[in-house]
Design a protein around this ligand. Structure first.
Ligand code: NAP
Ligand code: MG
Length: 499
């Protein structure tokens, strides 16, 4: 059966202090299935007063039961959660696809396994967060304690709803923090389902609170809340700046994972089959709604025509359609707003003098999907790096192809962006590959591969792509603070005042 014929409206309340509750206002909002436009779920809409309650609950849990639990027990709870998610993976993947539109193949074989991996990985860290002893001079003993930051506000986007929840929750909880999480209005379902499993795993009430709602209300109230100790955000650079400003008033600690306009670079000496496949994974994966998408495709002039020919040929064959079908390679964009944004950029590209060599319009689909937010894989050629389509984050299956002559010219152009999240390079010359890795200003570099992730490997941006690193041991730095303790070992009075 197609996703269009299985729709039944689900209902979710807010998850605060271990309870499912209506919002104070009684208001709700709907999240559509972007493949059909039909309502998937009705969600309680949190606002400031609900956020206040969630922050208070998280504070009580932080001062109370959660801090009394041993690190081992925290780790065991996280591990239990990872197992529960694994047991429910098929059902969660189907819901993720219904809410976000990503192909079921991706939800099932990429998103869900990575969600499990992140909780599992950080479960192991809970017992390995340690202080150090410092060799200070004199008869003094100095050591450090690595302690949780406290109550963390976490605001996540819609492109990888469950995975972003995992990236945020797992390290925060492993380090002993409590959390108030706000999922994106477009895709709240995954986080609400996760709340059920958090309850089932046996986390004490108030350790995780989930407050779906709108960014301007629930999100803004969370970011500006004086009762939180840290705010972690993933989303647009524009909203990231608003978060940083709101946090500044309370000097709340901030970490930001923001937009990107990644250069994906193809040299003439690369394995072109590999590079074509990598360029496609770089931009069409998840309908191009990826912050590290390789949206600026730099191709060495001597192979540009051949490369572009192969790329447009393959792009034209991508199966766009019902995301619940396992053969589908691209589903709908997440929302009508995103679809319109993409269409707008196609017009901008034409006005700027770029050529649309593939896609550029919605696909022809069966009746059941005619209200869905689908777009075809799109390639712009004759782009130069200063055009808007090369500088602004489009967040869709749209790639700008830019040619380059030599390495110096390339590095200058690749770094000529406000962003610095990721970069890819395709070449058989290892010296060049590593030289590039050193010279590019980006937080992640992929050599002869793209979009590789692991819970143990750090991810985050340079420049306006944000600050802080998620995953790996680096994520623990975001969720812990260091206390330095001095102990006198001499037993004698110090200083000269008492003499
Ligand atoms: P966004 O506005 O940055 O949304 C991300 C999260 O922030 C959502 O939970 C959102 O809530 C919340 N938010 C919005 N305004 C807020 C505010 N004033 N205070 C606190 N929280 C706030 O992203 P978007 O509107 O969904 O997408 C717009 C563009 O952002 C995309 O086209 C893309 O360029 C970029 N984006 C980047 C990433 C990434 O991973 N780097 C992810 C998503 C989008 P709502 O649910 O109400 O929006
Ligand atoms: Mg939705």
């Amino acid at each position: 059966m197609s996703s269009a014929t299985t729709a039944t409206t689900r209902k979710y309340q807010l998850f605060i202090d271990g309870q499912w509750v209506d919002s104070d206002s009684g208001k709700t909002f709907n999240t559509p299935n972007p493949a059909t436009g039909e309502t998937l779920a009705e969600i309680a809409e949190a606002d400031k007063s609900d956020v206040d309650k969630a922050v208070s609950a998280a504070r009580r849990a932080f001062e109370g039961k959660w801090s009394k639990l041993s690190a081992r027990d925290r780790g065991r709870l996280l591990y239990k959660l990872s197992q529960l998610i694994e047991q429910h993976a098929a059902e969660l993947a189907a819901l993720e696809t219904a809410d976000n539109g990503k192909p079921i193949k991706e939800s099932l074989y990429v998103d869900l396994p990575q969600v499990v991996e992140n909780f599992e990985y950080f479960a192991g860290w809970a017992t390995k967060i340690e202080g150090e002893t410092i060799p200070v001079p004199g008869k003094m003993f100095n050591y450090t304690l690595r302690e949780p930051v406290g109550v963390c506000g976490q605001i996540i986007p819609w492109n990888f709803p469950l995975l972003m929840a995992a990236w945020k929750l797992a390290p925060a909880l492993a380090a002993g923090n409590t959390v108030v999480l706000k999922p994106a209005e477009q895709t709240p379902v995954g986080a609400m389902e996760l709340a059920k499993l958090i309850q089932e795993a046996g986390f004490p009430e108030g350790v995780v609170n989930i407050v779906p709602g709108y960014g301007e209300t629930a999100g803004a109230a969370l970011a500006a809340h004086p009762g939180i100790d840290k705010i972690a955000f993933t989303g647009s650079t524009e909203v990231g700046k608003m978060i940083a400003k709101a946090a500044a008033d309370n000097l709340t600690k901030v970490s930001l994972e923001l937009g990107g306009k990644a250069p994906n670079i193809v040299f003439a000496d690369s394995d072109l089959d590999q590079a074509v496949a990598g360029a496609m994974m770089g931009i069409f994966y998840n309908q191009g709604q990826v912050c590290c998408a390789g949206s600026r495709l730099f191709v060495e002039e001597s192979v540009k025509d051949e490369f572009l020919g192969r790329l447009s040929d393959k792009a034209g064959k991508i199966a766009v359609g019902d995301p619940m079908n396992k053969a589908t390679q691209m589903g709908p964009q997440v929302s009508e707003e995103q679809l319109n944004r993409i269409k707008g950029y196609v017009d901008i590209a034409r006005e700027e003098g770029a050529t649309v060599v593939a896609g550029g319009q919605p696909p022809q689909l069966d009746e059941a999907f005619q209200k869905g937010y689908f777009f075809t894989p799109t390639i712009f050629s004759e782009v130069n790096n200063s055009m808007r389509v090369a500088q602004e984050e489009i967040f869709g299956p749209v790639v700008s192809v830019i040619s380059f002559k030599d390495e110096d010219d390339l590095i200058k152009q690749a770094n000529d962006t406000i962003y610095g999240l990721s970069a890819g390079i395709w070449t058989r010359d290892i010296t060049r590959a590593h030289r590039f890795a050193k010279e590019i200003k980006a937080g992640v570099v992929w050599i002869n591969t793209y979009n590789m992730f692991n819970a143990a490997s750090p991810f985050g941006g340079y420049k306006q792509s944000g600050y802080g690193r998620e995953m790996g041991r680096h994520a623990l730095e975001l969720y812990t603070q260091v206390k330095s303790v001095w102990v006198d070992l001499s037993g004698r009075p110090i200083g000269w005042f008492g003499k």
